[in-house]
Design a protein around this ligand. Structure first.
Ligand code: SF4
Length: 270
């Protein structure tokens, strides 16, 4: 169930926000008020057949996490498919999103579509205001086009740091990543230990799916996909770092189009 609430051991309904806040507080007590990142693997990766389908990956992954799980929603068509599956499977998994401050208007409309369709509240995370102000005062609003280092700096401030806060208190997180999306994702596992984020379980239900399978599901179930997809935007990130692709181009060719394909990650996943 993609509801805002899950049942605790006493059968009482409690929200994901409440669970995460409690876990943050428990950890803060160990570290003089500062949140502590997980340092040990929190769960065991369950066995899956080679041809495991998204439903099985989700069910086993959420169960194996053994605690709060949320999907990191970038409002891609993949994320919409997963949210729909979570809803149908009635899994206790919530939704969080990172507002980088540079998203397209159309992306917020997808967020509204999700809330209306499933009746869920999205757990939004923003970058730290001081860091964004400092970046813009020092380098202006388009520093990410000047060098890879600058691009990584902007992604770190607007995405990576907020993601760290979003993951605090979670036992696992779900992503919409697929192997065929880019040269940086060919080795992706369906479920893995996320060593980058201290041993959380990372669940990638669509790892083995093709783009055609994703779109077939989205059309069959009339998911509220981003209107920009119909304008030749197969992959959508921040507005100034995404453009439409030409026919025959790789679906992620419009993301950071001025960089080499091997560099096209924002730091969220590697
Ligand atoms: Fe900054 Fe572009 Fe990264 Fe968004 S995608 S955080 S605007 S560099």
């Amino acid at each position: 169930m993609l509801s805002k609430k899950v049942q605790n051991h006493d059968g009482k309904k409690i929200s994901f926000r409440f669970i995460k806040r409690m876990q943050r507080c428990e950890r803060a007590g160990d570290n003089h008020g500062e949140p502590v990142k997980n340092t040990e693997p929190q769960a065991t990766v369950p066995q899956l057949p080679e041809d495991a389908q998204p439903e099985e990956i989700l069910v086993k992954g959420v169960a194996a996490a053994g605690g709060a799980v949320q999907i990191a929603c970038s409002f891609s068509v993949e994320d919409l498919v997963i949210i729909d599956l979570i809803h149908k499977l009635k899994l206790p998994a919530g939704v969080f999103a990172l507002d980088t401050g540079r998203l397209n208007e159309e992306t917020y409309q997808v967020a509204e579509g999700i809330t209306e369709r499933y009746g869920i509240a999205i757990d939004w995370f923003f970058p730290r205001r001081e860091e964004v102000e400092e970046l813009l005062r020092a380098k202006g609003p388009y520093s990410f086009r000047e060098s890879l280092e600058n691009r990584h700096e902007c992604c770190r401030i607007r995405k990576v740091e907020p993601l760290g806060r979003a993951l605090e208190g979670l036992a696992g997180w779900i992503t919409g990543m697929r192997k065929e999306q880019s040269t940086t994702r060919t080795e992706l596992s369906c479920i893995e230990i996320d060593t980058l984020h201290g041993g959380l379980l990372k669940i990638n239900p669509l790892a083995n799916w093709s783009e055609a399978q994703v779109w077939e599901y989205a059309k069959t179930h009339r998911l509220p996909v981003n209107r920009l997809h119909a304008q030749a935007y197969p992959s959508i990130g921040c507005a100034p770092c995404t453009r439409a692709v030409a026919e025959g181009e790789h679906p992620r060719a419009g993301r950071w189009w001025w960089e080499n394909p091997e560099q096209k990650e924002c730091g969220l996943h590697r």
